[in-house]
Design a protein. Structure first.
Length: 253
């Protein structure tokens, strides 16, 4: 009787193990590549998938967008500047069959092709272009990597250059260049202001020359402004024609 109960328990456990190995549940974002005796049968999922133990093998593939961090790469630009650049690649598997059958490890392969492409593309351009035209370079990197990973069933959605690490001497040189540029712009603005001020002064002089009485009015206005200030000593110029008149009258007397 005891042997019979033990056998029954063993059979129940064995049946449970067999059923658990037969039944697979794939999430909405997963697909299963089914191999039977080593041969491709089809892509299953999502949902409930029943396989034959020992004979079948189900390989899960995540179809969500994967974020791949590309390690910092040593790059020598076209103008012979040594820099370190890292990037991030966004991709997803659109063909699980190819991702399993055409490449051993599609994540590792995408990472390696991203690193080599980053060095190759940035090595063909100058440093100024890397710093000023990242959007164009990101687009070019995305197109090249996507074309190379297409046979693996991988779609590269975007590539973003994250950081460009410049040598210390290059950073100092760029800081000096930026300072010189700011000084140049400041001098241009100051010169433009002087030019505009001189034009306004010339226009004012032309107006005063057309009507001499305005000079006297402006003179009196200036004296009034000086008188309103709390000053103990005030020096102001006299009109030349007034001085000449006083000298002429003194000689006549």
């Amino acid at each position: 009787m005891a042997v019979g109960i033990s056998t029954l328990i063993f059979l129940i456990v064995l049946a449970f193990v067999i059923l658990s190995s037969m039944i697979k549940i794939l999430n909405e974002y997963e697909r299963g590549v089914l191999l039977r005796l080593g041969r491709f049968v089809g892509v299953k999922g999502p949902g409930l998938v029943i396989i034959i133990p020992i004979i079948d093998r189900l390989i899960r593939v995540d179809t969500r967008v994967i974020t791949l961090d590309v390690p910092s790469q040593d790059v020598i630009t076209r103008d012979n500047v040594s820099i370190k650049v890292n990037a991030v690649v966004y991709f997803r598997v659109i063909d699980p069959e190819k991702a399993v059958l055409e490449v051993e490890d599609y994540r590792y392969a995408t990472s390696q092709i991203s690193q080599t492409t980053l060095r190759s593309v940035l090595g063909e351009v100058e440093l100024d272009e890397i710093l000023a035209e990242r959007e164009k370079l990101n687009k070019k990197l995305q197109e090249i990597i996507d074309r190379q990973t297409d046979p693996w069933g991988v779609k590269v959605i975007a590539v973003e250059i994250k950081h460009v690490d410049l040598p210390e001497e290059m950073r100092r040189a760029m800081a000096k260049q930026a300072e010189a540029e700011r000084e140049r712009r400041a001098k241009i603005i100051a010169a433009e202001g002087e030019y505009q001020a001189s034009k306004k002064l010339k226009e004012a002089a032309d107006v005063l020359a057309e009507n001499p009485i305005t000079i006297q009015l402006r003179y009196l206005q200036t004296l009034s402004e000086i008188a309103s200030e709390k000053m103990t000593t005030v020096a102001f110029p006299l009109p030349l024609d007034l001085i000449e008149g006083l000298i002429y009258r003194k000689k006549k007397d």
